[in-house]
Ligand binder design. Structure first.
Ligand code: LRH
Ligand code: MN
Ligand code: MN
Length: 424
């Protein structure tokens, strides 16, 4: 299935009555802000869709298929193409190898090009043993005490970079499940030493224009210790690797109540925030729809991201990706909801009156500081998103358009009801 420009145009024509930005425009002008520049920033914001989020996810207790899910990489790219046609915000894919090994590279590149999709960071996978694996990752991969497993994991990462090079990707994300489930199981220092050594080898084998993103996570699947458990460990490893190695923040990878916005600020000040995985959580790494649980928190994080993007020019423009998955919603609708939440938080952060905030901070006027942030957060910015969408050729209301075009029904007609998607 493909959504045409004409379909979007007709939809927007029928739904155009629904936005009005005059009041907000006046308010922004009084702060010396240009609304058109803000709208352009919203248009420019592109978020990669991971290849593993397009089928219904599951838990270790079960998985409930949705019907019409993609069963090949080609179909996954087509699904991202649908989301991108509706939103014009999903112009990139992040591949997980070996879940999505492209067999015919040129064919994959052609489909991506046809759908306006770029290849963002490649993800390696050393947390599962694949059929016919020569070495096992049962007791770790890059951190392993077993040299053969370590080398096997390093080789896999180098292989992933080679595939990425053919596709036009420019970065590798490494997330390691490596750790221990019981005290005494591993030697912390040796595990960290091996991890650093392995990452340096991977880094040394990357092309000079590639970046390495090191993702951290406090627990799961290991429940006693994880070798790269927090941003500090990731930051330290990135520094050990070199200038093109960075920390990657996944919103779900923090212990409850961690101040993620402060982590973002710290990393950006040091020029080391490379990548970002969006999701939301109530308990752990729940991978829920972005903004579904803690939207104010998401806004506070974006507030630091926007500040960092303006102030810390030595920090590269971060690679954005949605890393969400669950087992009850239509995955495409869920991704559209996530994109909406991301853009809302971004737009709210863009309209923060930064000059007034700086003055209030200088005067130690805590109440005004809080008022300024909450004023932005409490502003309905959905009209800005709609204006951005009309300009970029996206559907003014992507979710409504998705339903009115009967996308899921069409996909089920094309692909059937019983499809097994690859991935988590
Ligand atoms: C680990 C993680 C990481 C993986 C993805 C499937 O929890 O966030 O980014 O690649 O999930
Ligand atoms: Mn992640
Ligand atoms: Mn995760």
């Amino acid at each position: 299935m493909k959504i045409t420009k004409d379909q979007i145009f007709d939809f927007n024509d029928k739904n155009k009555s629904s936005y009005e930005n005059d009041f907000l425009n006046k308010k922004l002008q009084s702060q010396g802000k240009n609304m058109d520049e803000i709208i352009q920033k919203i248009i420019d914001f592109q978020v990669a869709i991971p290849s593993w989020a397009l089928g219904a996810g599951g838990t270790r207790f079960g998985r409930f298929s949705f019907g019409g899910e993609p069963s090949s990489l080609e179909q996954k790219l087509e699904d991202i193409g649908l989301i991108h046609a509706l939103t014009k915000t999903a112009g990139a894919v992040s591949l997980h190898i070996p879940w999505d090994i492209p067999e015919d590279i040129q064919a994959i590149k052609d489909i991506a090009l046809d759908n306006g999709i770029l290849f963002d960071a490649m993800n390696s996978n050393t947390f599962q043993d694949q059929p016919n694996a020569k070495e096992s990752y049962k007791y770790g991969s890059l951190n392993s005490i077993n040299q053969a497993s370590r080398e096997y994991a390093v080789e896999h990462n180098i292989e992933v970079v080679k595939i990425g090079e053919k596709l036009g990707s420019k970065s590798l994300t490494v997330w390691l499940a490596d750790g221990a489930s019981f005290p005494g199981q591993i030697n912390f220092q040796k595990a960290l030493y091996n991890t650093e050594d392995s990452l340096k080898t991977i880094y040394g084998n990357m092309p000079e224009d590639w970046k390495l993103f090191i993702e951290y996570k406090p627990y799961e699947p290991n429940f006693y210790s994880t070798t790269i458990q927090d941003w500090g460990t990731s930051f330290m490893l990135a520094n050990a690797c070199g200038d093109r190695a960075y920390t990657l923040v996944d919103l779900g990878h923090h212990l409850p109540n961690t101040n993620i916005e402060q982590i973002v600020a710290t990393l950006m000040m040091k020029g080391k925030l490379g990548g970002f995985h969006f999701n939301d959580s109530k308990y752990g790494d729940d991978d829920l729809t972005v903004g579904a649980i803690k939207p104010y928190n998401l806004f506070l994080i974006f507030n630091e991201l926007v500040y960092g993007m303006e102030q810390n020019k030595h920090n590269p423009y971060p690679a954005w990706m949605i890393d969400a998955s669950h087992n009850i919603k239509d995955p495409l609708e869920d991704l559209i909801q996530s994109l909406e939440a991301i853009l809302i938080a971004y737009a709210q952060a863009l309209i923060v009156d930064r000059k007034a905030l700086e003055i209030a901070q200088l005067e130690n006027d805590t109440v005004t500081c809080q008022e300024i942030l909450q004023d932005a957060y409490r502003t309905d910015v959905r009209g800005l998103l709609k204006a951005a969408r009309v300009q970029s050729g996206a559907a003014i209301d992507p979710l409504k358009a998705y339903r009115s075009f009967n996308v899921r029904k069409e996909l089920i007609n094309e692909r059937g009801t019983k499809v097994v998607a690859t991935g988590l």
